[in-house]
Design a protein around this ligand. Structure first.
Ligand code: GRF
Length: 196
Protein backbone atom coordinates (compact mmCIF):
# COMPACT_ATOMS: atom_id res chain seq x y z
CA UNK A 1 0.00 0.00 0.00
CA UNK A 2 1.51 3.35 -1.06
CA UNK A 3 1.09 6.18 1.46
CA UNK A 4 1.55 9.91 1.23
CA UNK A 5 1.74 11.44 4.72
CA UNK A 6 1.10 15.15 5.33
CA UNK A 7 2.48 16.95 8.38
CA UNK A 8 2.86 20.46 9.78
CA UNK A 9 5.08 19.86 12.79
CA UNK A 10 7.70 17.51 14.12
CA UNK A 11 6.17 14.41 12.57
CA UNK A 12 6.54 12.09 15.54
CA UNK A 13 3.54 10.09 14.31
CA UNK A 14 5.11 9.99 10.84
CA UNK A 15 8.35 8.70 12.35
CA UNK A 16 6.45 5.84 13.96
CA UNK A 17 4.91 4.93 10.60
CA UNK A 18 8.33 5.07 8.92
CA UNK A 19 9.71 2.80 11.64
CA UNK A 20 6.89 0.29 11.08
CA UNK A 21 7.32 0.47 7.30
CA UNK A 22 11.05 -0.26 7.66
CA UNK A 23 9.97 -3.83 8.44
CA UNK A 24 9.74 -5.58 5.06
CA UNK A 25 6.79 -7.55 6.42
CA UNK A 26 4.75 -4.37 6.91
CA UNK A 27 2.36 -4.15 3.94
CA UNK A 28 2.63 -0.39 3.41
CA UNK A 29 5.30 2.14 2.59
CA UNK A 30 5.51 5.92 2.64
CA UNK A 31 6.24 7.08 -0.91
CA UNK A 32 6.32 10.81 -0.14
CA UNK A 33 6.07 13.20 2.80
CA UNK A 34 4.28 16.52 2.33
CA UNK A 35 3.74 19.63 4.43
CA UNK A 36 1.78 22.88 4.33
CA UNK A 37 4.81 24.78 5.59
CA UNK A 38 8.51 24.31 6.19
CA UNK A 39 7.75 21.60 8.76
CA UNK A 40 10.53 20.25 10.98
CA UNK A 41 9.34 16.73 10.23
CA UNK A 42 10.33 17.06 6.55
CA UNK A 43 13.85 16.24 7.69
CA UNK A 44 12.57 12.66 8.10
CA UNK A 45 12.57 12.47 4.31
CA UNK A 46 16.36 12.77 4.26
CA UNK A 47 16.71 10.40 7.20
CA UNK A 48 14.59 7.68 5.56
CA UNK A 49 15.41 8.46 1.91
CA UNK A 50 11.86 9.46 1.03
CA UNK A 51 10.94 12.34 -1.32
CA UNK A 52 9.35 15.33 0.40
CA UNK A 53 7.31 18.24 -0.85
CA UNK A 54 6.00 21.43 0.68
CA UNK A 55 2.93 23.30 -0.54
CA UNK A 56 3.08 26.38 1.69
CA UNK A 57 -0.39 27.57 2.59
CA UNK A 58 0.88 31.15 2.84
CA UNK A 59 2.05 31.08 -0.80
CA UNK A 60 -1.53 30.86 -2.10
CA UNK A 61 -4.19 33.52 -2.24
CA UNK A 62 -6.94 31.16 -1.10
CA UNK A 63 -7.52 27.85 0.66
CA UNK A 64 -9.00 26.54 -2.59
CA UNK A 65 -5.93 27.53 -4.63
CA UNK A 66 -3.76 25.87 -2.01
CA UNK A 67 -5.97 22.79 -2.13
CA UNK A 68 -5.64 22.51 -5.91
CA UNK A 69 -1.86 22.71 -5.69
CA UNK A 70 -1.87 20.11 -2.91
CA UNK A 71 -4.05 17.71 -4.92
CA UNK A 72 -1.74 18.02 -7.93
CA UNK A 73 1.35 17.37 -5.81
CA UNK A 74 -0.17 14.38 -3.98
CA UNK A 75 -1.41 12.83 -7.24
CA UNK A 76 2.14 12.79 -8.58
CA UNK A 77 2.90 9.97 -6.12
CA UNK A 78 -0.20 7.91 -7.00
CA UNK A 79 -0.88 6.97 -3.37
CA UNK A 80 -3.39 4.35 -2.30
CA UNK A 81 -3.88 6.24 0.95
CA UNK A 82 -3.26 9.80 2.15
CA UNK A 83 -2.62 10.18 5.88
CA UNK A 84 -2.94 13.53 7.66
CA UNK A 85 -0.81 12.97 10.70
CA UNK A 86 -0.21 16.26 12.37
CA UNK A 87 -1.39 18.42 9.48
CA UNK A 88 -2.57 21.48 11.39
CA UNK A 89 -4.69 22.77 8.56
CA UNK A 90 -8.24 22.08 7.40
CA UNK A 91 -8.14 20.75 3.85
CA UNK A 92 -10.76 22.20 1.47
CA UNK A 93 -13.64 20.09 0.13
CA UNK A 94 -11.76 19.64 -3.17
CA UNK A 95 -9.04 17.67 -1.38
CA UNK A 96 -11.60 15.50 0.38
CA UNK A 97 -13.38 14.88 -2.94
CA UNK A 98 -10.09 14.00 -4.64
CA UNK A 99 -9.04 11.31 -2.16
CA UNK A 100 -11.95 10.25 0.09
CA UNK A 101 -12.39 7.74 1.57
CA UNK A 102 -8.67 7.03 1.25
CA UNK A 103 -7.86 10.07 3.38
CA UNK A 104 -7.28 9.57 7.12
CA UNK A 105 -6.64 11.93 10.00
CA UNK A 106 -5.20 11.29 13.45
CA UNK A 107 -6.69 13.35 16.24
CA UNK A 108 -5.52 13.60 19.87
CA UNK A 109 -8.96 13.30 21.50
CA UNK A 110 -11.83 10.81 21.77
CA UNK A 111 -14.01 12.14 18.92
CA UNK A 112 -16.63 13.46 18.82
CA UNK A 113 -15.23 14.96 22.03
CA UNK A 114 -12.89 17.93 21.56
CA UNK A 115 -12.68 18.27 17.76
CA UNK A 116 -10.56 20.96 16.10
CA UNK A 117 -7.05 22.25 16.37
CA UNK A 118 -6.80 22.30 20.19
CA UNK A 119 -8.21 18.94 21.26
CA UNK A 120 -5.59 18.36 23.95
CA UNK A 121 -5.81 21.86 25.40
CA UNK A 122 -9.62 21.70 25.38
CA UNK A 123 -9.63 18.41 27.30
CA UNK A 124 -7.41 19.91 29.99
CA UNK A 125 -9.57 23.03 30.17
CA UNK A 126 -12.70 20.88 30.49
CA UNK A 127 -11.21 19.13 33.52
CA UNK A 128 -12.07 15.65 32.23
CA UNK A 129 -10.35 12.62 33.76
CA UNK A 130 -10.01 10.85 30.42
CA UNK A 131 -9.65 11.84 26.80
CA UNK A 132 -8.27 9.71 23.98
CA UNK A 133 -6.87 9.30 20.49
CA UNK A 134 -8.90 8.82 17.32
CA UNK A 135 -8.32 7.86 13.71
CA UNK A 136 -11.01 8.98 11.27
CA UNK A 137 -11.85 9.09 7.59
CA UNK A 138 -11.70 12.76 6.60
CA UNK A 139 -14.94 14.23 5.29
CA UNK A 140 -16.10 17.82 4.81
CA UNK A 141 -16.71 18.32 8.52
CA UNK A 142 -14.13 19.28 11.14
CA UNK A 143 -13.08 15.94 12.65
CA UNK A 144 -16.60 14.53 12.20
CA UNK A 145 -15.84 11.76 9.73
CA UNK A 146 -16.37 8.01 10.27
CA UNK A 147 -14.26 6.71 13.15
CA UNK A 148 -11.81 3.98 12.17
CA UNK A 149 -10.35 3.40 15.62
CA UNK A 150 -10.14 5.21 18.94
CA UNK A 151 -8.90 4.53 22.44
CA UNK A 152 -9.26 6.23 25.82
CA UNK A 153 -6.24 7.94 27.41
CA UNK A 154 -6.30 9.03 31.08
CA UNK A 155 -5.81 12.65 32.07
CA UNK A 156 -3.72 12.78 35.24
CA UNK A 157 -3.78 15.47 37.92
CA UNK A 158 -1.22 18.15 37.08
CA UNK A 159 -1.21 17.24 33.40
CA UNK A 160 -0.20 20.03 31.07
CA UNK A 161 -1.12 20.13 27.39
CA UNK A 162 2.34 18.82 26.68
CA UNK A 163 2.39 15.93 29.19
CA UNK A 164 -1.08 14.85 28.11
CA UNK A 165 -0.23 15.10 24.41
CA UNK A 166 2.89 13.02 25.03
CA UNK A 167 0.68 10.34 26.59
CA UNK A 168 -1.80 10.48 23.67
CA UNK A 169 0.66 10.35 20.80
CA UNK A 170 1.90 6.79 21.36
CA UNK A 171 -1.73 5.64 21.30
CA UNK A 172 -2.34 7.57 18.08
CA UNK A 173 0.70 5.93 16.54
CA UNK A 174 -0.39 2.43 17.51
CA UNK A 175 -3.89 3.00 16.12
CA UNK A 176 -2.46 4.44 12.90
CA UNK A 177 0.05 1.65 12.33
CA UNK A 178 -2.60 -1.01 12.96
CA UNK A 179 -5.23 0.68 10.76
CA UNK A 180 -2.82 1.09 7.83
CA UNK A 181 -1.93 -2.60 8.17
CA UNK A 182 -5.65 -3.54 8.23
CA UNK A 183 -6.34 -1.41 5.14
CA UNK A 184 -3.37 -2.91 3.30
CA UNK A 185 -4.54 -6.46 4.09
CA UNK A 186 -8.16 -5.56 3.28
CA UNK A 187 -9.23 -6.40 6.83
CA UNK A 188 -10.56 -2.86 6.85
CA UNK A 189 -12.60 -1.60 3.87
CA UNK A 190 -12.67 2.20 3.90
CA UNK A 191 -15.34 2.37 1.19
CA UNK A 192 -17.64 0.25 3.36
CA UNK A 193 -16.86 2.24 6.48
CA UNK A 194 -17.42 5.57 4.73
CA UNK A 195 -20.69 4.33 3.24
CA UNK A 196 -21.99 2.99 6.56
C1 GRF B 1 -0.68 14.74 16.70
O1 GRF B 1 -1.21 14.54 18.01
C2 GRF B 1 -1.82 14.83 15.72
O2 GRF B 1 -2.92 14.00 16.00
C3 GRF B 1 -2.23 16.27 15.90
O3 GRF B 1 -1.02 16.98 16.04
C4 GRF B 1 -0.04 16.10 16.57
C5 GRF B 1 1.10 16.09 15.60
O4 GRF B 1 2.19 15.58 16.25
N1 GRF B 1 -3.02 16.73 14.79
P1 GRF B 1 3.48 15.14 15.38
O5 GRF B 1 3.75 16.27 14.39
O6 GRF B 1 3.11 13.86 14.70
O7 GRF B 1 4.54 14.98 16.41
Amino acid sequence: LKLVVLISGGGSNLRALLEAAADPEYPARVVAIGADRDADGLVLGEEYGIPTFSVPFTAYESRDAWGEALIEEIRRWEPDLVVLSGLMRLVPASVVAAFSPFLLNTHPAYLPEFPGAHGVRDAIAAGVTQTGASLIVVDDSVDGGPIIAQERVPVLPGDTESTLHDRIKPVERRLLIQAVRDIATADLDLKELAAS
